[in-house]
Design a protein around this ligand. Structure first.
Ligand code: PLP
Ligand code: ZN
Length: 446
């Protein structure tokens, strides 16, 4: 442990504090989510963000090589000896003018933060590097998570790297094949529950409490500390300037929560002059956040969130036996565990929330594949959402926008093959069948 960090309940009426030597995952006093917080005066934070760039020159140091621990002063909750890294966060933030044209933005204005380059192929690795470091610090021996797929892949990979026993819980039939294959390949025990992700999430929390397992879902505050670094790397790419907008898909709302916290802290520390706006994009088939914020007017309200609105909403989902459905399986979640923290992030970043259809997601994904580095469906919700926000005029043509492409295209090959082969969308690029004959083959080539 460092004496500079502690855990704190996000409920202002409680505000209980705990040291970092325990795995809690919710406030024992009131049940609300916990944050990692810092006594900044005890940490030697560089006076300018650009000083972090020096670490590119010492990449034989394993912590400097990590795209998470390169920024270690900003997530200073454990000593170096506990820090886990397998080379996460080596990402590219690509300026992409062809995708910019698709959403009617000026050349030079759109950036795609490609998190598919992480060791397990999604942004989750940023969080796992931090969470597993905490697990090592407190001497955990076994761990578990509920997952729509990418969490299980990342957890399985980090667990065997640290020598932790690992069980992953997935819903039945909802997981993309690439992700399912990873969990098994990396040696995790996989338990498929007859239910959806929200069912898995409820079960795993009870299992972890009962059996004393270390929980790696995004209710883990240390995991979110690792995910803050995605924002640091975007700012780094922009010459340490903040963009005008960050766009992120919304599932369990860990990323959006972490990003809001990252910007709040940077501003407090005087390391940035202003906070960018954030757009969180749901799928219309799993749009709890959109509905609660845009229709039910749910607000952070300085931490005094109207819980009755949420309770009524969830009671109605239960009464209707509602299960979310979207092709973007990573965001197929109707009871996001970080909802309250996300409301805080929306408040910090003057955020907006939108929902896009599966059709819009698949078309945007095809464009990102054709002109960019590709991504999985949930990631493409960002570009589909940006298209909405451009049409509305909320985002101007010449603002600087960074979309977080959360996962690798090979995570969900079935969806991509079906889209193209079955001509499901306007950008389908189906294969052509040819007779085994040279002239016939040449005739078919464009
Ligand atoms: C986990 C995940 C999401 C959802 O992120 P949250 O932090 O849960 O909102 C989006 N895209 C991909 C690829 C994911 O793996
Ligand atoms: Zn509390």
């Amino acid at each position: 442990m460092t004496d500079a960090a502690f855990q704190k309940c996000i409920n202002p009426d409680c505000g209980a504090e705990y040291d970092c030597g325990q795995a809690l995952f919710k406030c024992p006093a009131c049940g609300e989510l916990l944050d990692a917080q810092y006594n900044w005066d005890k940490i030697k934070v560089p006076s300018k963000l650009s000083q972090f760039a020096k670490r590119w020159a010492s990449r034989d140091n394993r912590l400097d090589f990590s795209g998470v621990w390169r920024f270690r002063e900003l997530l200073n909750f454990c000593q170096d000896k506990y820090k886990v890294t397998i080379g996460e966060g080596q990402t590219i933030c690509e300026q992409n003018d062809a995708v910019a044209e698709y959403v009617d933005m000026r050349p030079g204005c759109l950036y795609l933060q490609y998190e598919g380059l992480n060791p397990s192929g999604s942004f989750k690795d940023n969080g796992m590097a931090a969470a597993f470091s905490h697990a090592m610090m407190i001497g955990a021996e076994s761990c578990a998570c509920a997952s729509t797929g990418n969490t299980s892949a990342a957890v399985a990979l980090y667990a065997h790297s640290c020598g932790l026993k690992c069980t992953v819980f997935i819903g039945s039939g909802r997981i993309a094949f690439g992700k399912l294959s990873q969990g098994m390949d990396y040696g995790a025990q996989t338990i498929q529950i007859l239910g959806d992700f929200d069912d898995c999430m409820r079960q795993v929390q009870d299992v972890c409490t009962k059996l004393g397992l270390y929980l790696l879902n995004s209710v883990n505050p240390f995991r979110l500390e690792g995910q803050k670094t995605i924002m640091y790397r975007i700012i780094e790419r922009l010459g340490w300037e903040v963009p005008d907008w960050i766009i992120v898909p919304g599932g369990n709302l860990g990323n959006s929560s972490a990003f809001g916290k990252a910007f709040f802290e940077l501003k407090e520390l005087g390391l940035i002059a202003r906070i960018p706006r954030m757009a969180i994009i749901n799928s219309t088939g799993a749009d709890t956040l959109t509905d609660l914020v845009n229709n039910k007017k749910l607000l952070w309200n300085k931490g005094h969130v109207e819980q009755a609105i949420i309770d009524d909403y969830y009671a109605d989902l239960t009464a209707r036996d509602f299960s979310p459905h979207t092709c973007a399986s990573a965001i197929e979640i109707s009871r996001p565990v970080n909802l309250i923290k996300c409301l805080r992030a929306i408040d910090i970043c003057d955020g907006v929330v939108r929902a896009v259809t599966d059709e819009e997601i698949c078309d945007a994904k095809a464009i990102i594949g054709k002109y960019g580095l590709g991504c999985e469906p949930a990631s493409a919700a960002t570009v589909a959402g940006l298209k909405h926000l451009r049409t509305e005029g909320l985002i101007a043509r010449d603002e600087r926008v960074a979309c977080v492409l959360t996962g690798h295209p090979l995570k969900d090959p079935n969806l991509t093959v079906n889209y193209h082969k079955e001509k499901q969308g306007q950008f389908s690029n189906p294969p052509v069948e040819a007779a085994n004959d040279l002239d016939e083959i040449i005739k078919l080539m464009k």
